[in-house]
Ligand binder design. Sequence first.
Ligand code: PLP
Length: 406
Amino acid sequence: MNFDIKKIRKDFPALHQEIYGKPLVYLDNAATTLKPQVVIDSITNYYSTINSNVHRGVHYLSQQATEEFENTRENIRKYINARNTHEIIFTKGTTESINLMAYSFGKKFLSQGDEVIISELEHHANIVPWQMICEEKRAKLKVIPINNNGELILEKFKDLITKKTKIVSVSHISNALGTVNPIKAIIDIAHQHDIPVMIDGAQGIVHEKIDVQELDCDFYCFSSHKMYGPMGVGILFGKEEYLEEMPPYQTGGEMIKTVTFEKTTFNELPFKFETGTPNVADVIGFGSAIDYIKKIGIENIIRYEEELLKYATQMLCGIQGLRIYGEAKKKAGVISFLLKDIHPYDAGIIIDKLSIAVRTGQHCAQPVMDRFGIPGTIRASFAFYNTKEEVDKLVEAILKVQEMFN
Ligand code: PLP
């Protein structure tokens, strides 16, 4: 299909609003993406018609809810090419997926003196849960450092691995700098030592084609809301052999097989990890988002976004006094920058008043900011509905900020 940007933009109602009397330029896509009308319709349709709980009822609507819910699981399985639907677990989002992992995998496989490897580039969601479980188990958290371009230093990663390493958990793409990490190489190196690898794909799956079998990752997680789907839904993909061994994360209804006051037995995968009423409407909405992405084509999205990022990088590099943080050879979706002598927060406020949504601050990645000795950055993050004209507006806004401060 041809990539028709005008047609695509029509699909996103939130793009067509004015903020402070000017058309919105939305460049905060790494935080959350806008939703196409089909996703919004799908949620409305669920509540206007089906509105029933899953897996529990024999009545018509409940069966419909279950069918659509489970069809979405199959849709996601296919999208990431997992072997089985029971390797696809619905969560609230990436953060919950990683908490599930740290708690459940950690409970089963971590003991005193063991080691967990993460990287300096991680979102707090892929730091704090591991830190907590390491503290509890008296295990050690080790960190792969980054170089001045914001790239992981693979040689240092190799040095960190020991016989005590039980899991490696790294992001696919950095939300703070846009670095695309060499996850295939990381997985291959870890597997040479029989160490499983978890990939935080919150940003990765948005900008790359994911095939979990080809990658051979043991776990991969992501959030619907960063993929043009609703908030409150996420996925943990895990290889069956690990998920079978891992204990439940939360307990209650749905995740059980039998309950007596003496003993409870647990349901099969994936339900062992899905307790209570799930977010049915938003899971179904997520299915519509995946269908939408498939219709446009991830290859088309990647091509368009690469071109846009290249253009934006060139344009921003041309601004005197602007420094980009994160100059990795392979980047996607994000430009993080600072303006000389101007606090990112002050710049962000002015850019906002020019109706451009960018993010300022640490982007939930304080160690990255500490690494560069900065308080935070201004971050423009792109989606396939953004345009070069919007990049030009960002450039104008930055020049205006500089003018005001000079
Ligand atoms: N990991 C990365 C790389 C992210 O960018 C984010 C969100 O920005 C998260 C984890 C957390 O995702 P969520 O807030 O959807 O749970």
